[in-house]
Ligand binder design. Structure first.
Ligand SMILES: Nc1nc2c(ncn2[C@@H]2O[C@H](COP(=O)(O)OP(=O)(O)OP(=O)(O)O)[C@@H](O)[C@H]2O)c(=O)[nH]1
Ligand SMILES: [Mg+2]
Length: 481
């Protein structure tokens, strides 16, 4: 089996696991409105975010090899554009848009993974569109160009929740590019909010690439270093991390030429940074590989959360069962004692002159039963609703939350547990939930481990392939040896 087939079979297996074990649970308990696999079954996806005019569209055009997206100095494009390959119109002679569709089509066509974005409303729909382009760069991936992030001065009502939209897109994307430019190196407010609040919840740090674009506009190497330093400082403020992530330093030669710096600009340093653009392009073209990592993380994260959710419900019932046992035992003892006392009292005052022991036992049994029924009917309801109220107040002690991972997964499903318990008041089919829990837990424990092993195996296939390729290249280079 070659690498391509292996990746495909791995993907198919993963999707089947998600569809069979995770999606039914996610839909039943309101964890997701759409089947989980809908988010991951499309092609590898690269999301391009960044400040307005940071050069997102110019960079995308450069990669595609044609002017597909509009560019300009002022905030130019206020739409989210999904750019994907057109399989029906191959040929690279003239790269162009072969088909354009609107947001309505994108959101309602099940071939695309954007069903979950419907909730953002009509204003968002009118700012969402699809372009099919016959560029070879798109053969294995799709790109989303986004409206630039704005700062507090220029901020205006977008008519939809921008942060939420990019959060949802980041969740679907396999790779997120965040672009800055020297003029606003990390000082834009929406970029702050996204990096601090929205993205960490929805994506994984290793799937984010930071880019400082338009570096040709730095007047000298010193200027660039200053901008770089400012961006690093701002990034650490935004992400709360001490370590500085890799920042790709790039620029567009065509755009640079068009807006050539003044004669006194000392841009010789650009020569040494020439390769970074190609590196970035290579990193993006690796998106299909990120997709497998993404799928593994996807299964792990959702498996863990759903398992935690079911664990919470099972724990609730375990507590309730303990209460019922205790309450039942006490009730029985009280009833026996009450029954015996009643018989004795009735005998003592001669109301019940029972001489036959069988009759005495029978009457005793009846009275115990009456006591027990009253006990369970009247008190049980009272105690159980008290138990429910108490559990709702101490909901965080339902499952152990010993480490950060547990805290994180609990945070993601806490409201769902509360909602479900409030709705059912604890009356739900426990056996079914236990069965679901076993399935989800198996996916989390074993499935995720197997995926990671498969990924390691995949990198071996990759290594041996590139080694074989290297040997072949070497043999071709020196045929005499
Ligand atoms: N000098 C120089 N100019 C650039 C570079 N990249 C883009 N530009 C120019 O910067 C301006 C903004 O570029 P766009 O690609 O439209 O930026 P954007 O991030 O897509 O902007 P919005 O869609 O409005 O958020 C355009 O006039 C580009 O020609 C670059 O690397 N160097
Ligand atoms: Mg743009």
């Amino acid at each position: 089996m070659n690498r391509e087939e292996y990746i495909n079979s791995l993907r198919t297996d993963l999707l089947a696991v998600v569809e069979e074990y995770l999606t039914p649970v996610a839909l039943r308990y309101g964890y997701s409105d759409t089947p989980l696999e809908a988010n991951i079954k499309w092609r590898p996806l690269v999301l391009v975010l960044g400040n307005y005019s940071s050069g997102k569209s110019t960079l995308i055009n450069d990669f595609l090899g044609a002017t597909i997206q509009a560019t300009g100095q002022a905030p130019t494009d206020d739409s989210f554009t999904v750019i994907t390959y057109d399989d029906t119109a191959p040929g690279t002679n003239s790269i162009r848009v072969t088909e354009e569709r609107d947001g309505q089509f994108l959101l309602n066509n099940l071939e695309y993974p954007f069903d979950s974005l419907k909730k953002h409303g009509q204003r968002f729909v009118s700012h969402f569109r699809l372009k099919k382009v016959n560029s070879p760069f798109l053969k294995n991936l799709a790109i989303i160009d986004t409206p630039g992030m704005l700062d507090s001065i220029a901020e205006r009502d977008r008519g939809y929740n921008y942060q939420e939209v990019i959060g949802d897109l980041a969740q679907i994307a396999d790779l997120v590019l965040i672009l800055f430019d020297p003029h606003k190196a990390g000082t834009v407010r929406e970029a702050h909010t996204s990096l601090r609040d929205t993205l960490p919840d929805r994506t994984f740090e290793d799937r984010i690439l930071f880019v400082l674009n338009r570096i040709d506009e730095c007047a000298s190497l010193m200027d660039l270093l200053q901008v770089y330093g400012t961006l690093c400082w701002n990034l650490s403020q935004m992400t709360g991390r001490k370590d500085i992530p890799t920042i790709h330093l790039v620029y567009s030669p065509q755009a640079a030429q068009a807006s050539a710096n003044g004669a006194d600009a000392d841009t010789g340093f650009l020569f040494h940074l020439e390769n970074q653009r190609e590196e970035l392009k290579r990193a993006i073209s690796l998106a299909p590989r990120f997709r497998l990592d993404h799928l593994a993380s996807f299964v792990e994260t959702h498996g863990e959360r759903l398992s935690h959710l079911l664990e919470g419900l099972i724990s609730y019932r375990a507590h309730l069962r303990r209460l019922r046992m205790k309450f039942g035992t006490i009730g029985l003892l009280v009833s026996i004692m009450g029954g015996a006392a009643t018989i004795l009292a009735l005998k003592a005052i001669d109301v019940l002159p029972l001489t036959d022991p069988q009759m005495t036992w029978g009457a005793g049994g009846m009275i115990v039963l009456i006591f027990f029924v009253i006990w369970t009917r009247v008190l049980k309801q009272f105690l159980e609703s008290r138990f429910h109220r108490h559990r709702m107040k101490t909901i965080d002690s339902l499952t152990p939350l010993g480490n950060q991972t547990r805290l994180d997964s609990w945070k993601a499903i806490r409201e769902l547990v509360i909602n479900y318990l409030e709705k059912t008041k604890g009356r739900f089919p426990l056996r079914e939930i236990k069965r679901e829990h076993t399935g989800v837990q198996r996916v989390f424990d074993k499935g995720a481990k197997e995926i990671r092993e498969a990924l390691a195996e995949l990198s071996n296939i990759r290594d041996s392939e590139s080694k074989a390729q290297g040997e072949q290249d070497a043999a071709e280079a020196s045929p005499d040896e």
